[in-house]
Design a protein around this ligand. Structure first.
Ligand SMILES: CC(C)(COP(=O)(O)OP(=O)(O)OC[C@H]1O[C@@H](n2cnc3c(N)ncnc32)[C@H](O)[C@@H]1OP(=O)(O)O)[C@@H](O)C(=O)NCCC(=O)NCCS
Length: 343
């Protein structure tokens, strides 16, 4: 286990939050629920029928895990009403009809969609965080949160980042850890969304990765050295995003637009952006779009030997995190710890 993950678990332990895992049908999730409770860094609510879960997982000890069966849960009507009110008047894009005609329709829907059920438990304050996605797509995992939990105060964009842990600290990353965003949710964020991503990532860097954030808005251009007026206008987009973020968070150490070397290498930063407090020493990197972000984190992972912790979702009013469908039990435990610490 990395030192950072160990620190996250220790900090989560002090908070003792309750995290809902809606995927009681997944053996890895059931095993992780048992191990989290045994490790004692969070409480766990697992959704599903207890007899069925025990029959499918005879060797797993569920002592201390709160198993809730939406089909018999006394709170189901309360959650259906919360969902109906939160989505009242909303039209389903696929059918062109109301998402939920009435409370009964909302109840019928949450009996089939336990991720939404978990999101409603979160909205009601009956749990403190949600982790799902071991056997559901990213879109199906995040949509309930986007629809009913919504964004944190002052933030309009839910985004994600990876906490990148270096195999060993080196001259361009003395902290041994960096934050990359957005590599997984927003495909082509505009300037305002990039500013939100930058501010949320700085918060994740501080609260979860445990580093003092210095945020670089990345580009192929440094301080106007390049332009792409002919194609995507990405340079002015990063410049505008930098200005918006500086305005929204004047105390944050944030600057741009920077090439990656101007952001990380002191000798390059000194030449290309001598007046910047971030150039040459950035540890939070905001990519212009998901292509750059996703490719960038995988290069660091595969060529640089970095461990990529995440994606960590950020910007929700209450914490929700998405698992990869290829996750193992250890991955789930790590994401539960991050979620418990975000709560
Ligand atoms: C995040 C994602 C799943 C949302 O897709 P979606 O469900 O089709 O979203 P919609 O456009 O229907 O929006 C649903 C609601 O969420 C809101 N929303 C969507 N994306 C949002 C975001 N990034 N931040 C805040 N709100 C958002 C919408 O405003 C809408 O709200 P409303 O229904 O109350 O009006 C989509 O952006 C996506 O698929 N991203 C890429 C994910 C991916 O493939 N990642 C690869 C993994 S590496």
């Amino acid at each position: 286990m990395s030192d950072i993950l160990g620190a996250i678990i220790e900090k989560a332990k002090a908070k003792n939050k309750n995290v809902v895992l809606p995927e009681g049908e997944d053996k890895r999730v059931v095993q992780a629920a048992s191990e989290v409770v045994k490790a004692g860094f969070a409480r766990v609510t697992l959704l599903g029928n207890k007899e069925e879960i025990l029959a499918a997982n005879p060797d797993v000890d569920l002592t201390g895990v709160n198993v809730v069966d939406p089909k018999t849960d006394a709170n189901a009507d309360k959650y259906a009403e919360i969902l109906f009110k939160a989505r009242e008047g909303k039209i389903n894009k696929k059918t062109g009809l109301l998402e939920y005609a009435d409370i009964a329709a909302a109840k019928q829907s949450i009996m089939k969609d336990y991720t939404m059920y978990g999101a409603l438990m979160l909205k009601a304050g009956d749990v403190d965080g949600l982790v799902s996605g071991a056997c559901h797509s990213t879109a199906n995992t995040l949509r309930p949160g986007l629809q009913v939990i919504k964004t944190a105060a002052g933030i309009n964009t839910v985004s994600s980042c990876f906490i990148m842990i270096a195999p060993k600290a080196h001259e361009y990353n003395p902290d041994g850890v960096a934050v990359f965003a957005d590599c997984a949710i927003n495909i082509e964020p505009d300037a305002a969304q990039l500013a939100d991503i930058a501010i949320s990532s700085a918060e994740t860097a501080k609260n979860i990765a445990g580093i003092e954030p210095r945020v670089a808005m990345l580009s192929f251009s440094t301080k106007g050295s390049g332009n792409d007026d002919k194609y995507f206008k990405s340079v002015p987009k990063m410049q505008e995003a930098t200005a918006i973020a500086k305005n929204l968070a004047p105390d944050l150490k944030l600057d741009g637009e920077f090439q990656f070397d101007a952001a990380t290498a002191p000798e390059v930063g000194a030449i290309k952006a001598p007046d910047s407090s971030v150039a040459g020493k950035a540890n939070v990197f905001i990519f212009p779009n998901i292509n750059a972000g996703n490719i960038g984190y995988k290069i660091a992972q595969r060529f640089g030997g970095y461990m990529a912790l995440g994606p960590v979702c950020q910007g929700f009013a209450k914490p929700i995190n998405d698992l990869s469908r290829g996750c193992n039990v250890e991955d789930i435990i790590a994401v539960v710890a991050i979620t418990a610490l975000q709560a």
